[in-house]
Write a protein that binds this ligand. Structure first.
Ligand code: XMP
Length: 517
């Protein structure tokens, strides 16, 4: 792989994704990884990421110069570029000129290998206080900016290069080409990481792990568990059984989507557990959001465990045993819990609403090396429909946390109807990819006066909560076109008799969360 050394900025994962977009497999490793360990992994190249530090700061992460004697291609970015310059005998100075944001890059004649055939002047995204004032011996300086006399250097012979700016961000329009040129033209790595190769390698790995064993997968209706299940099914066929718990807090059509569309696309063996009444009983009389979440989580585990036991008993009758549980853990979860490939210290990530710790299963995590966009592409490659692959996030506790107040069967019906209309109209307006998600919330304990025809109504409001976001950590409210809002409002108040008012949530996150509970 290409190893991206993480110097503690938020960019390392993004760099790893960009490397993969150049069809080269990459992983993130912490900067505390000893050079011997890095070299022992025989990396195709090493990328030193940006970081928050100054190379002069006390305790600043440093680059062991031995890295540059190991005949490994190295690309330094921002802090990594400065650390590289310093480790190899160049000069890094605190000149007092800082550059933040959009900066004009002046490319030297010809551009060298990195900036070959790119415009002589073009914008890049900078974020630095210190700068390199003299490149190390053997390097050619190929670009500069007002605040960075050495903004790019390269030593093509030794396959070493670096840039002061951030090529990985979208604000550097030629950045991806520069990264690609480093990987393909300087490091001479063959682009082989394609969706087809991901599928092929994943299937191979699953077969090796599972052998002729049997596996179980909980489907949530979400993208990750669906793609994980489809991959495992491709690898071991009917030795995989999927379990789908219908807790009655689903949106209109979701159960059918799993039972019909997912099964049609994959041929997976699916068991649906209808637990609707059980969840309603458990939620009766409960209005507190945290209490509701706890109850839903607890009941989910109980139902899932019972399904496991039933299936186990059934399989046992045929002398078989289910040893493996499939989980849709993604690479960012693996990086964030401090683990690398095969590391033992990884928290197992629970994407099905929290599974118990004392599982007697071994985990199969076919997506643990993949980013979300790769997961979606793998899903399409495996023939899953767009409706599943590009599904927006939906919380595990479902509509249960979108009814403010007690959850009852009637209220669920009302919310499901209103939510279906909002989703239909957003889809019809072609807005699904523009928004992150749009919860519809029923204020079940609030009533307001309205008029419909000649009659006074006394109904409930629903709240539309359309948001845009990159990762759900922060979000902004989406500026939906007025005509779309109008259609949603008119249709909901006309078609759902219990609702006589539609309101729009215009709160960003923070301070508001995306969900209301
Ligand atoms: P909040 O409301 O915290 O939501 O801003 C952030 C994102 O997480 C989703 N969400 C959940 N997803 N189980 C889930 O799988 C949950 O309990 C849960 N609660 C919130 C929410 O829809 C949003 O995308």
């Amino acid at each position: 792989p290409v190893l991206v050394v993480d110097f503690g900025a938020q960019y390392a994962q993004l760099i790893a994704r960009r490397v993969r977009e150049a069809q080269v497999y990459s992983e993130v490793v912490p900067h505390t990884t000893p050079v011997e360990e890095i070299v022992a992994r025989d990396p195709a190249a090493v990328v030193l990421s940006g970081g928050p530090s100054s190379v002069y700061a006390e305790g600043a992460p440093w680059v062991d110069p031995e890295l540059f004697d190991a005949s490994v291609p190295v690309f330094g970015i921002c802090y990594g570029f400065q650390a590289m310059a310093q480790a190899m005998g160049g000069t890094v100075e605190h000149t007092g000129t800082r550059e933040f944001g959009r900066t004009e890059l002046a490319v030297a004649d010809g551009g060298g290998q990195l900036h070959h055939a790119l415009p002589g002047n073009h914008p890049v995204w900078m974020s630095h206080g210190d700068c390199v004032t003299r490149a190390p011996a053997g390097f050619t300086v190929t670009a500069s900016s007002a605040g960075a006399p050495v903004a790019a250097f390269e030593d093509v012979e030794r396959r070493l290069a670096g840039v002061q700016y951030h090529p990985e961000v979208a604000h550097s329009p030629h950045g991806q080409e520069v990264l690609r040129r480093f990987l393909h033209e300087i490091a001479h790595i063959r682009p082989q990481w394609t969706t087809a190769s991901i599928v092929e390698e994943s299937v191979q790995m699953i077969r090796e792990q599972v052998g002729d064993g049997r596996a179980l997968c909980g489907l949530s209706g979400g993208v990750d568990s669906a793609v994980a299940a489809a991959l495992v099914h491709r690898a071991i066929g009917d030795r995989l059984t999927c379990v789908f718990v219908d807790h009655g807090l689903l949106r209109a059509g979701e159960r059918a989507q799993v039972e019909r569309d997912f099964v049609a696309a994959t041929g997976v063996r699916l068991v649906t557990v209808d637990a609707r009444q059980r969840f309603l009983d458990a939620l009766a009389g409960v209005g507190d959001p945290e209490e509701k979440r706890k109850i839903i989580g607890r009941e989910f585990i109980r139902v899932f465990e019972q399904a496991q036991r039933d299936l186990q008993a059934e399989a046992g009758e045929h002398g078989e045993h289910i040893d493996f549980l499939v989980q849709g853990t993604l690479y960012p979860d693996v990086v964030e819990s401090g683990g690398g490939t095969g590391a033992a210290n990884i928290k197992s990530h629970h994407n099905v609403g929290g599974l118990p710790d004392d599982l007697r299963f071994k985990l199969v995590e076919p997506l643990r090396l993949l980013f979300k966009d790769e997961v979606r592409r793998v899903g399409l490659e495996l023939g899953l429909p767009e409706t599943i692959v590009h599904r927006q996030p939906f919380p595990g506790p479902g509509l249960g946390i979108r009814i403010v107040g007690e959850v009852t069967a009637e209220r669920l019906e009302v919310l499901r109807a209103a939510d279906a209309i909002a989703r239909e109209e957003l889809t019809a307006a072609g807005l699904d990819r523009d928004i992150w998600q749009c919860p519809v919330v029923l204020l079940a304990d609030v009533r307001s006066v309205g008029v419909q025809g000649d009659y006074r109504t006394y109904g409930h409001p629903v709240v539309l909560r359309p948001v845009s976001s990159e990762d759900a950590m922060t979000a902004d409210w989406s500026r939906l076109p007025y005509d779309v809002l109008e259609r949603i409002s008119t249709r909901i108040t006309n078609e759902v008799p219990e609702v006589n008012r539609v309101v729009l949530d215009v709160t960003s996150k923070p301070p508001g969360t995306i969900e209301w509970e």
